[in-house]
Design a protein around this ligand. Sequence first.
Ligand code: COA
Ligand code: AMP
Length: 642
Amino acid sequence: MESRYQAVYQHWQNDPEGFWAEAATELIWFKPPDRIFDPDLGVYGRWFVGGETNTCYNCLDRHIAAGRGSERALIFDSALTGEKKIFSYDAMLEEVQAIAAVLKNLGVAKGDRVVIYMPMVPEAIFSMLACARIGAVHSVVFGGFAAHELATRLDDLQAKVAISASCGLEPGRVIAYKPLLDRAVDLAGSKPDHCLILQREQLPAELWPDRGDLDLGQAIRAEKMAGTQIACEPLAATDPLYILCTSGTTGRPKGVVRDNGGHMVALHWSMRNIYGVKPGEAFWAASDIGWVVGHSYIVYGPLLSGNPTVVFEGKPVGTPDAGAFWRVIAEHDVKVLFTAPTAFRAIRRDDPDGDLVGLHDLSGLKALFLAGERADSETLKWAERMLKVPVVDHWWQTETGWAIAANPIGLGALPFKYGSPTLPMPGHSVEVVDDAGHSQPAGTLGNLVIRLPLPPGCLVSFWNADERFRAACLAEFPGYYKTADAGIIDEDGYVFVMARTDDIINCAGHRLSTGAMEEVCAMHPDVAECAVIGVSDPLKGQIPCGFLVLKNRVARDPPTIAVEVVDLVRLQIGPVAAFKTVMIVKRLPKTRSGKILRGTMQKMADGLPWKMPATLEDPAVLDEIAEILERNGYMHAPAPTG
Ligand code: COA
Ligand code: AMP
């Protein structure tokens, strides 16, 4: 089939508002928008102004009204407990209404923030939809973050209620979530009125009713017994649906705000046209609801477009083996799988010849989509060989909420180029500019930017921080959104995303800020100075690596200090930071103006060619760094070039 991409992209270019107005007609509006786009509202304009809708209505009630109530809506599969459960739209609505009722009884109203800190269990998704139903704004915090990170978010968001579980399950161990939540509440200046706790049998938690703790399961059962029905709150298209905090260039997270109207229109469009799934076909984003991929493609995208969504508690390997993904695909008839390249690197490492692939019937699978980090060609080709379906690398960010560039299978696949997430999607006009903002010719490496306005579905701002959003994303290149990714657009318009231009690293598909880790390292009383860089890792893509300079006259054992610093990062940020490597150095390489040369250190650690910076204060320091890298098993280029 010839791809309709060019015609569709051109349609959007010629008439952006008409394009999105048409896409919006597929969803239910309680009141149609007065204007499709108003450039004078918000930071860069707002979509579907004057329209009223409800995202939960479009995810559940709409399908039930269309007679699909008994069809599969959510497939829960835990490789850690062996539990499997399928919820129809009818069943899901009952659960969601019950949680909505519980929240309302606790006084949660439209606009109130609810923090959700949960493992991958159906109640996490029901809680998100319950918030959407009553107009409360959910903010999901990934379970791998520690109490301190959670406390920062409780404070930033002034959350009225927190929803959590007694525990999460990681391979070989049970993670007690409740004590982490308790500690976060202790640390937070702004404390939630109530904590709703889902008791899991693997490790029930002690509840403190005098502190506002409630048993979520019990409360749901009571509302279901009473048959409570909660109608969908009519919300402005421009009202916030959720806030998702993501790593910024400092320790303070950025609260990415997503609206109701634009978000549902964009995600609905993407399911048919990018992922190419028809209603009823099962879709599986093997991610976590704590990340944007989970928000968009475990929860909202599939539910909006009527695709059963797989909620998987487990890992690509070790639960129990590298065949877990194939089992889930075969058992639940998954048509499209979406995950991070790191998951496939892990599977390939454990099952290089794909012996486990052949044990399952994967004939229903139509495509594999990868995102979250650069997809290396070797992994991509391996996945193609094993699965015999198109393997689509696509590029997006927490901020954009859906793909900036992709190969739109639904519109008909375009020719693939390894290393490229293909072409910009409608709504995204992508360009490469130099640091001064000048447009660059094809094939030139530079800053990847998106011409404003951003399309529906992208962030509208940072929570309570319009100025910070302007300064971080819009100020440097006027008229554009700065992606903070560097890349190339070739003569065919194909985008190649090469690296971040800031301190963000991608570790196992998780977005982490090395700046935030430096802030924590610097808290240790014996540390005078530090630098954290991302070094290449064959499994996780990148892992953080810390260089510490100790204070003068510190008499304590350096390896003990290194262990304490690792523990501190784990305690403050969480295990997800994967911060395990620390090297104690005498000094850090700096320019004469005092800037630490993190980029040079990173190149040395990765064994890439590096140049002796002209402004280096003392060249001998790089020899010291090279020596310590070598001692710690890192490759370094023996001599600088140029
Ligand atoms: N709750 C508590 N702890 C968690 C957690 C959670 N939800 N998720 C991860 N952790 C912990 C892990 O147990 C690990 O702890 P450890 O240092 O004590 O071993 C630590 O955080 C680091 O986790 P991670 O970097 O994910 O490493 P891993 O070895 O557990 O798994 C992969 C590696 C590649 C298998 C896994 O990261 C993966 O499947 N990633 C791809 C899918 C994905 O989630 N992508 C997100 C965007 S699409
Ligand atoms: P996150 O906000 O966690 O989704 O991370 C977004 C960042 O991940 C982007 O800015 C990129 O640096 C990186 N990323 C996501 N998808 C891709 C991709 N397909 N190719 C290269 N990098 C990617």
